[in-house]
Design a protein around this ligand. Structure first.
Ligand SMILES: *Cc1c(COP(=O)(O)O)cnc(C)c1O
Length: 386
């Protein structure tokens, strides 16, 4: 059993704070200015510097980042956006929020990520964007599709909600030329408690993204203080990142190498333990180049294995049930046999930086016992002819 004096170790995912966040938040609260202020802008500069890019636009959530990035790319009604069904529903909701249509595609069962060939096959005359999801933190390489995408004016909007700190080759995700979106939600590699960011490709895109996050108002907060009016130039959302959240993010960014190392070590510990386990396939995250977000295995009889582990208080989860079979997305359903198969096999094991190698060992032992139990049940059922 998992050590009950550290209840966190049982959880599937958990926010990880370093300790200095509370003081940073207190400082903001004492300042009396909580909205979008210089603290938010400092966080934006920190993210851009970390990625080695010119700019980053902080927003209130990863979902808002995806929505705004699609709007920046000019996506609207009548447009089609290629997206893997195997993602969090937020990716798809961002497309629907623009009035566009998701075109669901398959992922590789080994990585749960889309591949260039699949993207190329899914292109129609209406395709205006493709949203690779960097599942588990793994960068998606669409180089082989780049030329065709460029010729047809199809924008790559990366859902890098899992992938802060990961790299494609030697380049950090966010610096590879895509319109990249990060989530800084509670359980992500870097957390603002709630938050997100868009990495714009040009200063023009940065301007549009900033306007979209502040209700379409063109003037900055500081400019508005000096004048008696403001201009609402177009559609806009209310999706700024508060200084309270940004202050948490800045502390997290400073300490990020610590969590990155912990997450890599944890994933490697799982890999070593699961290596020779019968009936278990570990979804590969390319750990040398990634900061892993989760640890996902594919197992037979997933629902029964999940039930056994859950009954023991172990934080197992499923990330994610496929989207093409969700009621909300029924208008865009198409058969996706690989996704449907994989969707019935995947299970996320407890994975967060407060865990250690001992916790991993206990989780894997429990998984081994659960698989054996389910195999015995199946054998007994076979014998009695059930
Ligand atoms: C978390 C997540 C999002 C949404 O981010 P929020 O900050 O929760 O809005 C989008 N896509 C994926 C794959 C995610 O995991």
């Amino acid at each position: 059993m998992i050590n009950s004096s550290r209840p966190d170790a049982r959880r599937n995912a958990s926010p990880y704070l370093y300790g200095q966040e509370a003081a940073a938040v207190a400082q903001v609260l004492e300042s009396g200015q909580y909205g979008h202020t210089g603290v938010t802008e400092e966080f934006e500069r920190g993210i851009a510097a970390f990625l080695g890019v010119d700019d980053a636009v902080a927003v209130s959530s990863g979902t808002a980042a995806l929505h705004i990035a699609l709007l920046v790319a000019g996506i609207g009604p009548g447009d089609e956006v290629i997206v893997p069904s195997q993602t969090f529903c937020a990716t798809v909701q961002a497309i629907v929020a623009c009035g566009a249509s998701p075109r669901f595609v398959e992922v590789s069962p080994d990585t749960l990520c889309v591949e260039s060939g699949t993207v190329l096959e899914a292109i129609t005359p209406a395709t205006r964007a493709v949203m690779p999801v960097l599942y588990g933190g793994r960068a998606v390489d669409l180089t082989a599709a780049e030329e065709v995408l460029g010729e047809r004016g199809i924008t790559v909007v990366e859902d890098a909600a899992h992938a802060f700190g990961s790299s494609l080759g030697t380049q950090l995700v966010g610096s590879t030329g895509a319109l990249t979106c990060f989530s800084f939600g509670p359980i992500k590699n870097l957390t603002c408690i709630e938050g997100g960011a868009i990495v714009p490709r040009t200063s023009q895109e940065a301007g549009v993204a900033r306007r979209l996050r502040t209700l379409g108002i063109t003037q900055s907060q500081a400019e508005r203080g000096r004048t008696t009016t403001y201009a609402v130039a177009g559609f806009g959302l209310r999706a700024t990142l508060s200084s309270v959240h940004a202050a948490v993010g800045s502390v997290q960014l400073e300490q990020f190498p610590i969590v990155a190392a912990k997450r890599k070590a944890l994933w490697r510990a799982y890999e070593a333990e699961l290596h020779s386990m019968r009936d278990v396939v570990l979804v590969d995250v390319d750990v040398d180049r990634s900061v892993p977000f989760n640890c996902v295995v594919r197992v037979p009889e997933r629902d029964r294995v999940h039930k056994v582990l859950h009954a023991q208080g172990l934080g197992v989860g499923v990330h994610y049930p496929p989207n093409h079979t969700q009621p909300a997305f029924a208008p865009w359903h198409r058969p996706l046999p690989v996704t449907e198969m994989v969707g019935g096999q995947i299970m996320s094991l407890p994975f967060h930086p407060a865990m250690d190698a001992g916790d991993v060992h206990q989780v894997v032992s429990a998984l081994g016992r659960a698989l054996a139990t389910v195999r015995e049940e199946a054998f007994a059922a076979g014998k009695t002819g059930r």
